[in-house]
Design a protein around this ligand. Structure first.
Ligand code: FDA
Length: 307
């Protein structure tokens, strides 16, 4: 892992830095590249302007009170109504710690299930993100409980974790919908691959298993959450070899990253969906984006110099 990545991932946990930087106008300006705004209206306007299917998410994590978690769940229900009013092809994505997994998993399950049920009535998906490795068991447990009753729920799995191939095998009998990503947290060697080439190799191997399972027609569906042109090329080539149609899987990217590639893939007939995040709790999330690509620091520096 590069030193820059390590520094940004450590910074993502600093309350002091969060307090300092979220108040500065130059950081707010730099973050606009990835975040259309701090409220739902901004995310809806960004969806309209993009003209592509999207996934909407309110930023936030590590909620510690039941009242806060209930308010978050209500907010997400409201997203579904607003999206429906506008007739957008938009799903939602949630983080278990935002829904209170540190307080009580049964209550989280009830909150997310209500959201999934409403999403199902409106023909939308709910994707469950995976956070650092200490949450993986609980998140998979949550997913199993939701998936038993609902087909419209997806689970994110991280290719950098050594455990993911075994987790995937254990999930296949459920006919899951899996969003495969590389993984964004700072994990030790014994838990995750840390070199890019090892993470990339693990991603392509897992992608192969997922595409084969989708090809078998077992009900498994697959989304690939990556901006990496090499991963996307590998996935598209393998899907073609297996005879999967271009719309037999979905490629998902974050708002503001690889915009040209998003447009090109959609024009080529692939299913592309853009994840739009909004909200005022963007500091840890923005640090993880900088960790993925320290070159994005340049936008921050430019915003600082052009004040
Ligand atoms: P990687 O970071 O290896 O970069 C490869 C190439 O992609 C770069 O050379 C560059 O060309 C391009 N690129 C990547 N990031 C860029 C950036 N910020 N700016 C500009 N170019 C960039 N993680 C997690 O742990 N749990 C989760 O639940 C999720 N959920 C999730 C959903 C979706 C829809 C996406 C797209 C991503 C996530 N992630 C995630 C984040 C994921 O784990 C990973 O950290 C990022 O996607 C970055 O990895 P890449 O695969 O893009 O490649």
């Amino acid at each position: 892992m590069s030193l820059a990545r390590e520094i940004f991932l450590r910074a993502s946990h600093s309350d002091w830095l969060a307090d300092q930087l979220t108040r500065r106008s130059f950081t707010k300006k730099a973050v606009q590249r990835f975040l259309p705004g701090e409220d739902l209206d901004s995310a809806l306007e960004a969806t309209a302007a993009l003209g592509m299917p999207t996934i909407l998410t309110l930023l936030g994590e590590d909620v510690t009170t039941t009242e806060e978690a209930d308010a978050v769940a209500e907010h997400f229900l409201g997203i579904l109504d607003r999206v429906d009013e506008r007739g957008f092809d938009s799903d939602v994505s949630i983080k278990p710690t935002h829904f209170g997994i540190d307080i009580d998993i049964d209550a989280v399950c009830a909150r997310v299930e209500k959201l999934v049920r409403r999403a199902g009535e409106l023909g939308r998906m709910v994707a469950v993100d995976v956070e650092d490795s200490s949450y993986v068991d609980r998140t998979i447990d949550l997913y199993r409980r939701l998936r038993e009753a609902h087909p419209n729920v997806a689970l994110c799995l991280q290719a950098y974790l050594h455990r993911t191939p075994a987790d995937l095998d254990s999930l296949f009998p459920l006919a899951p919908t899996i969003r495969l990503v590389k993984g964004a947290y700072n994990e030790p060697h014994h838990i995750a691959y840390r070199r890019k080439k090892d993470v990339d190799a693990a991603f392509l191997k897992l992608a192969d298993s997922l595409l084969q399972e989708a090809r078998r027609g077992t009900g498994t569906r697959v989304f690939f959450g990556t901006h990496d042109p090499r991963m996307i090329e590998g996935v598209c080539r393998r899907a073609e070899e297996l005879g999967l149609p271009k719309d037999g899987f979905e490629i998902q990217m974050l708002y503001g990253i690889q915009r040209e590639l998003q447009t090109r893939l959609a024009a080529d007939g692939y299913r592309v969906r853009v994840l739009i995040s909004y909200g005022d709790s963007w500091f840890p999330w923005y640090m993880r984006r900088l960790a993925e690509r320290p070159a994005n620091m340049l936008f921050l520096m430019r915003s600082l110099l052009s004040r």
